[in-house]
Design a protein around this ligand. Structure first.
Ligand code: NAD
Length: 341
């Protein structure tokens, strides 16, 4: 690959601006072209980054020699777009959820592998400073052996996504989004559970409910996952919670880690001798690492992995495994049974 990394963006809505801003901060990256089926959106994004605007991604692919494409369109388009980009032998950084279901996600992962292309997914929540610190504490044994974990997130979706937001065109439509809160923020939180537990799901039991009038998808979900390493985790996601909360709780046999996005701190309770001379439970609030904005951090690491020929920080395979748990959760809730993976 030449020294300059030539980037294209497909979809020019809300998250595309975050990707564009992240790429623009990497000195050796050039945003060459952006596209959107609503051409004015592509033009508006392109103006800010001195890029070419296209009303079709196929034309963008045909007319430019690109190294990497960010796919920032709604979930129902991900599979076809990503497969087309791979067929042009271009690396992909795709938005979450990776696809409408794990079958589609697997096809995408297989195609990337077959062609030796880089395939990343935007699970940036792994790189929130408190999550990076929590994982570091877990890895160094601060809470001993992990026994169980809880990953909760709750906010008010009608506040977060007002009627004027373009996202409303697809977010509450099952055919386009693949589902509600579980696909949307749940995909992030299921990925976090996999990342922290460090194992694959063995079984999944879930309950979902729909409470907001007039939307065609679930707005609450609780997913109980038993992992292959015997850790069990609860992923509890809500779109109907007025007091916004994003807590992650890790319980080990020697301590606990608690963090909550927004509080911007992490609390460690531990009787591990490394932290507590007398072995009695101590409370510590370790400093957080300087990560910066997590999308920017992840995109920079992903680009660096392509340039250096290294392992991507989060891969399409991670997106596929998260999707497998989501599929199992829907099946469990709909068929009222525990699903084995
Ligand atoms: N990682 C995160 O935290 C995060 C945050 C927000 C959104 N997202 C994800 O990003 C994706 C897009 O979300 P958004 O908020 O930007 O939505 P959005 O509705 O604001 O933007 C999507 C854009 O894609 C365009 N589009 C649709 N089909 C297209 C096609 N075939 N070719 C080109 N453009 C097309 C639409 O016209 C729209 O402008 C979703 O998968 C969403 O879940 C992720």
């Amino acid at each position: 690959m030449s020294k300059e990394v030539r980037v294209g963006i497909i979809g020019s809505g809300g998250i595309a601006r975050v990707h564009a801003s992240a790429y623009s901060k990497i000195g050796f990256v050039k945003i060459v072209a952006v596209s959107d089926i609503v051409r004015e959106r592509a033009e508006s994004l392109a103006r800010g980054f001195n890029a070419k605007a296209y009303g079709s991604y196929e034309a963008m692919l045909r007319e430019n020699d690109l190294d990497l494409i960010s796919v920032c369109t709604p979930p129902f388009t991900h599979r076809d777009i990503v497969m087309d980009v791979f067929k042009s032998n271009v690396n992909v950084f795709c938005e979450k959820p990776l696809a409408l279901n794990s079958r589609e996600a697997k096809e995408m992962v297989d195609e990337a592998r077959k062609r030796g292309l880089y395939f990343g997914v935007d699970f940036q929540n792994r790189f929130l400073p408190q999550h990076v610190k929590a994982k570091e504490l877990l890895n160094e044994g601060a809470i001993g052996r992990l026994i169980q974990a809880r990953f909760r997130v709750g906010y008010d979706i009608l506040e977060a996504v007002p009627p004027s937001a373009p996202m409303r065109e697809w977010l509450f439509n099952r055919e386009k989004s693949g589902g509600g809160v579980l696909m949307d923020i749940g995909s992030h939180w299921i990925d976090l559970s996999r990342m922290f537990v460090g194992s694959e799901a063995r079984s999944v039991s879930a309950e979902i409910s729909s409470n907001i009038e007039g939307i065609g998808v679930e707005d609450n979900a609780m997913v109980l996952i038993l992992f292959e390493n015997s850790v069990h985790a609860l992923v509890d996601v809500s779109w109907t919670q007025q007091n916004e909360q994003w807590p992650v709780e890790l319980y080990g046999d020697q301590g606990t880690v608690l963090c909550n996005l927004g509080e911007n701190k992490i609390v460690l309770y531990t009787r591990n001798r490394r932290y507590s001379e007398d072995g009695r439970v101590r409370m510590i609030t370790p400093p957080l690492p300087e990560i910066g904005e997590p999308h920017e951090y992840l995109i920079r690491m992903f680009v660096n992995s392509i340039v250096a020929g290294g392992k991507p920080p989060v891969s399409g395979y991670d997106g596929y495994r998260a999707q497998e748990v989501i599929d199992a959760a829907y099946r469990s809730a709909n068929e009222k049974m525990k699903v084995m993976l």
